[in-house]
Write a protein that binds this ligand. Structure first.
Ligand SMILES: Cc1cc2nc3c(=O)[nH]c(=O)nc-3n(C[C@H](O)[C@H](O)[C@H](O)COP(=O)(O)O)c2cc1C
Length: 376
């Protein structure tokens, strides 16, 4: 199943009787990996409590455009920018009409105008209302503008009528949202990604390693899988969950990682070298734990093989993307790395900034090729 891992979903709940199902929609979105924030309209609040939505979403629920404190914490514009996708479920006839006319007289309709995220609508209303010419025309206009419709179901309704207009099932809403992030741009392609830190033994209990969490590599794995690639991960030391849809090889040292990559590289279309591979390892690994009898110990280090450069030198090599974690002369150092490794691109991380550096959930990178530098 496609997922919503790392996706920020803004759920708009409007005044349909089916709003009582919205906590379940939050749950299903979270089950697929999304972080969910909720806006509930005044109409929506008549059918579901803000407290339920807040407890289940684990976030403050937004509702009043004029709430001074809420605006200070996260303004309607920030909320609009925060969202990767906005889903209005249930979408009432009234809210659909407001969106159609571009009105902005409450928080939800204002955010919809202010966002450039994809918007999905799951209408829910009485079958006669849904069949009305006004609703049909409004939906036609919204579809033309790129809004995605989650079709309502057919069946018995809260009012006792039977017909089309029931809110789509919460799981179906979550699945359709996940499908929206899936492309087929890497369909049929094979991607190999290394991630995490390597561990270089000093003695049976001590080692040299680094702070790599593996977050970047796992996020890339997720995107490659969503884009249809058969994705293999060679994973060192990490502190996060592993993407279950990838083929996974666990390794310890840089030497292990080198061997694991070389065994599989020939059949790959794309190689992303994301791991924080130790440049050096102890020349000799002590068979026994080194005693602390002396005031100082000298450990001689020797160079590890350069995995990315080795892959780039192969006659039959995939497209190769490397990473550079730099603290100074960022662009110059990354360009030098691009030239020396002879890979197709380098993704440059500024690890001197803690908010976007190692272990951070946020990132800002430069994507550097021979031809261009793009800031992301
Ligand atoms: C008991 C009751 C149930 C309602 N159910 C629905 C419904 O299922 N769908 C709908 O579009 N409107 C329904 N309405 C009407 C909306 O709640 C009303 O149009 C409201 O203004 C919508 O506000 P909103 O779009 O800002 O949330 C219902 C009203 C009542 C009193």
């Amino acid at each position: 199943m496609n997922t919503l891992t790392n996706k920020r979903v803004l759920l708009g709940v409007s005044g349909s009787i089916a709003a009582y199902k919205s906590p379940d929609i939050v749950r299903r979105l979270q089950d697929l990996g999304a972080e969910v924030r909720v806006i509930v309209t005044d109409g929506g609040k008549k059918f579901v409590s803000e407290r339920s939505l807040q407890t289940i979403s684990k976030n403050k629920v937004y509702s009043n455009l004029w709430d001074k404190e809420a605006e200070l914490a996260m303004s309607h514009i920030e909320l609009a920018k925060w969202s990767d996708i906005v889903i209005i479920a249930p979408a009432s006839a009234n809210t659909i009409a407001k969106l159609c006319h571009g009105r902005a007289d409450d928080l939800l309709s204002t955010v919809i105008l202010a966002t450039d995220a994809k918007v999905m609508l799951a209408p829910s209303m009485n079958q006669q209302m849904f069949a009305s010419k006004a609703i049909k025309d409004n939906l036609k206009i919204l579809l033309k503008r790129g809004i995605v419709l989650i079709e309502p179901g057919f069946g018995e309704q809260a009012c006792g009528d039977i017909g089309e207009g029931r809110l789509a099932e919460p799981l179906e809403i979550a699945k359709q949202a996940a499908d929206l992030f899936t492309s087929s741009s890497l369909s049929g392609k094979k991607v190999l990604i290394t991630l995490g830190g390597t561990i270089e033994a000093i003695d049976p209990v001590r080692y040299i390693s680094n702070h790599s969490s593996g977050k970047m590599g796992m996020a890339l794995a997720h995107e490659c899988i969503q884009a249809g690639a058969k994705t293999t991960l060679i994973i060192g030391s990490i502190s996060i969950d592993i993407e279950t849809r990838a083929e996974v090889i666990r390794i310890v040292s840089a030497e292990d990682m080198y061997k694991a990559v070389m065994q599989r590289i020939e059949s790959q279309d794309l190689f992303i070298s994301c791991a924080a591979v130790a440049d050096f390892r102890p020349k000799n690994i002590s068979n026994n734990k080194i005693k602390k009898n002396n005031n100082s110990v000298t450990i001689e280090l020797i160079k590890n093989k350069d995995i990315l450069a080795s892959v780039c030198q192969l006659n039959k090599k995939p497209i190769c993307i490397g990473f550079a974690a730099e603290t100074e002369n960022l662009i110059d150092n990354a360009r030098a790395k691009l030239a020396s490794k002879q890979c197709e691109a380098i993704i440059l991380n500024d690890v001197s900034q803690s908010e976007i550096g190692l272990n951070s959930d946020e990132n800002e990178v430069h994507f550097i090729t021979k031809e261009e530098i793009v800031k992301k």
